[in-house]
Ligand binder design. Sequence first.
Ligand code: PBG
Length: 325
Amino acid sequence: MQDFKRSRRLRSSAEIRSLVKETNVHISDLIYPMFVVHGENIKKEITNLPGQYHYSIDQLKDGVQEVVDLGIKAIVLFGLPENKDEEGSEAYDSNGIVQQAIREVKKHYPNLLVITDVCLCQYTSHGHCGLVKEGIVVNDESLEKLAQTALSHAEAGADMVAPSDMMDGRVGKIREALDKNNFKHIPIMSYSVKYASAFYGPFRSAVNSAPQFGDRKTYQMDPANRIEALRQVEADIQEGADIIMVKPAFAYLDIIREVKNSFPMPVAAYHVSGEYAMIKIAAREGLLKEEESMVETLTAIKRAGADMILTYFAKDMAKWIRRNS
Ligand code: PBG
């Protein structure tokens, strides 16, 4: 009788498993999100994002030092403004919180890649990602402000801008503004496929950006849609996006794979706040092993086709990789 297929031969020891392992997350795949606030002497854990901090500018250097020491190559900055207004004016203020943070980080760590989230929602009194006219989030009128925001980040020294607002045409407008102002070399990582997701909850309380009326469904994508994601990516590539992002990540592994297979582009995936918090809280309750759950999750995102992962676990994952390689 012919023997059956003995798959277990290649699973019999850690050594042999590592030999046939198909997917490894590298430290260079990780992008760490950081939150900056006005004020002094602030390094405060964010209640709804355990293990993550609000940093004032004077504390940022130490926070970033940790990241650099672990070998992480890139951070993405989010800011909480002093004041919000209808037009989100601190978003594009050359002395706004993110612009200050960029200058501070680049001064001390010129080689660390500083990526910035380009959006208005933290900065607008209504909490929407674009301008609001008569109760509607208006598209074309918002583009100028978004382009101004991206430009102000580049002027402050950002290495890459990442528009997350989901207005139509923003990638093209940002590209144009950067090109006109001697920033042809600055890449755009577009949040191309960004779903209207419940998993952004903890982030919105961390940056106080929940919409004050309505929701984001008129500009972010319907979680039910797959083909639409491809149209969205196509449009962003045409407008000049250099890196395509899919967000969230863990609930959208199929989309990551589809985008990766369909376009010859680098793909980023954002393992978002709610996806992170689920593991943290379940682990705190003793229901999951935190580290194993983290490694499995991030490996799955990489296996799905992500070339890079934005994750609140970046530091923990880097520590794990260092211990296990
Ligand atoms: C800003 C923005 C959001 C996130 C990143 N940029 C929130 C939103 O669209 O409401 C979410 C990140 C996370 O949940 O970790 N538009």
